[in-house]
Design a protein around this ligand. Sequence first.
Ligand SMILES: C[S@@+](CC[C@H](N)C(=O)[O-])C[C@H]1O[C@@H](n2cnc3c(N)ncnc32)[C@H](O)[C@@H]1O
Ligand code: SF4
Length: 374
Amino acid sequence: MSGIYIHIPFCAKRCTYCDFHFSTTFSSYRERMILSLKEEIILRKNEIKTPIQSVYFGGGTPSILYEEELASLLDAVHKHYAVDEKTEVTLEANPENINKNSVLAWKGLGINRLSIGLQSFKNDDLKWMNRGHNNTQNSACVKTVYDAGFNNVSVDLIYGLPGLRNSEWEGFLKKVVRLGVEHISAYCLTIEDKTKLKHDVENKTIKPLSERKQIEQFEFLCSFLKQSGYEHYEVSNFALNKNYSKHNRSYWDRKEYIGVGPSAHSYSGKGRRWNVSNNHTYMARGTKTKHWYNQEDLSTDSVWNELFLTGLRTKWGVLKKDIASLGGFTSNEQEEIKRMIDKGDLIDSAKAYVLSEKGLLFADAISEHFFRVS
Ligand SMILES: C[S@@+](CC[C@H](N)C(=O)[O-])C[C@H]1O[C@@H](n2cnc3c(N)ncnc32)[C@H](O)[C@@H]1O
Ligand code: SF4
């Protein structure tokens, strides 16, 4: 299994909390960027040896693209790669870009999964987050995509927002469950450097939610979605009827994928590569600059660290056979494992070590206990 991630580095406006790579002033070079993305897709066609099972348009805001632009990128993928007939083709879509015409066009292009950034159902929050949609559009756009015949829909929500009451969060989750979406990604708000949110928190015009409330909201998220039939398969991801995201799974399972576009990451099994996070440097590749990406071969220690970093975030955990293939635990690590099991953070299942629900809350911090430094 392998995948292609295509990063669309454009957004209509800047959300206050977001530090993903994008530009809001792209009209003068939009066409050139699409050509550049297309060229990179073709340039890297020999890097993938197995059939593509996931094509993922992420961003930025891929739903901002015109139908012809998406068509030309997909055309390049189909012409130059072996694409499995059951390939999951996902488009991240913002609610304000969803209407009858756009969804029918996406469907016609073979896009068969939408990941919709609802974020919140509270208009005041959508306003300070500088989102381009309101609460009414949230519910309406999900209905629009189902009416157009989509049957694999994911929504993104953010909890732990400043001032968000537990009762409000519970109401949002009840709404998405009623909408019947196949997949939910729910992220706890992180205050990223160089964002307006960080600036407002530092200037004390915004007060972050307490950690206690964020934990309560995570706990409700886990218990309510479980009781509603969703499988909690990764810290922030929940699936109905095994509708896991193929794109995310290939990342957590360390399967090979190529990331096309500025800031996109790639993984070959042996090494990682990441493209420059600058639209103009990216487009100038081959002419003005050769330095449009960096790469590193993975050392045995990095493979080990990633095994824990990615594995412990999922319900499948870190497989014992993978641990054995890398030489097994040291005696210190074995003691650490025992300590975590006794504390109730980790479960020793037959084939793997898996985090408990309590442990999942601190997955990244726990995996760091197993990191090795060469
Ligand atoms: C690539 S981003 C945005 C996709 C799309 N452009 C949108 O705005 O809906 C993917 C998701 O990451 C989440 N996200 C981005 N910044 C975040 C932050 N600072 N804290 C928590 N979640 C965040 C949001 O839920 C967002 O939908
Ligand atoms: S959250 Fe989405 S729409 Fe908002 S700035 Fe980030 S990528 Fe763009």
